[in-house]
Ligand binder design. Structure first.
Ligand code: ZN
Length: 179
């Protein structure tokens, strides 16, 4: 659902962008997609989001070309970030960094590293080890010093996977068919 039209100044690209990603849950869904979540049930489990809201948000993201919706014909539907969607990474990353800076006194909740050499990435995505600008699929996310494992004690299988070091965009594994 679009925000009230008063929000959309036609000369403001930020207003236009917020119409796409500014609704509650939307950026969380996008973030989970970077973490490798692709299936409706996994988004629902991991985020604890009402299913009707999730349906609505996914539909809007597909409509805007942020996600593609891929149906394998056997009942498995996956939502994947498009090239346009992947370009949201610096925004997600910056929000995570801002949250860590002001609301996580124990340190970063999740560190982003160059998967190849383990170097930490700076705000521009440059590796402190090798100096390269690291593409999103070659970045690794892992729990940092501020990550509170106890807060995730009653964890579900999806969260467990997401809380281990892994490359961005790598799909979370599924043993069998799930939705
Ligand atoms: Zn590196």
């Amino acid at each position: 659902m679009a925000l009230p039209s008063t929000y959309a100044d036609r000369n403001c690209s930020m207003a236009r962008a917020l119409e796409v990603v500014g609704e509650r849950w939307t950026l969380m869904i996008v973030r989970d997609a970077f973490y490798g979540v692709r299936r409706f049930g996994d988004f629902a489990t991991q985020l604890g989001i009402p299913r009707a809201v999730l349906t609505n948000r996914l539909k809007a993201l597909v409509q805007e070309g942020v996600f593609s919706r891929d149906d394998d014909g056997a009942g498995n539907v996956e939502y994947r970030l498009t090239a346009k969607g992947v370009e949201l990474w610096p925004i997600v990353r910056a929000l995570m960094h801002w949250g860590d800076s002001f609301y996580s006194p124990a340190g970063v909740k999740r560190a982003v590293r160059h998967d190849l050499d383990g170097g930490l990435l700076d705000q521009e995505g440059r590796c402190e080890q090798c100096g390269h600008l690291v593409p999103v699929p070659e970045s690794r996310i892992e729990p940092g010093p501020g990550f509170d494992a106890a807060a995730d004690a009653e964890t579900d299988p999806v969260s467990s996977v997401l809380n281990t070091p892994r490359r961005l965009l790598d799909p979370i594994p599924h043993g069998g068919k799930q939705s």
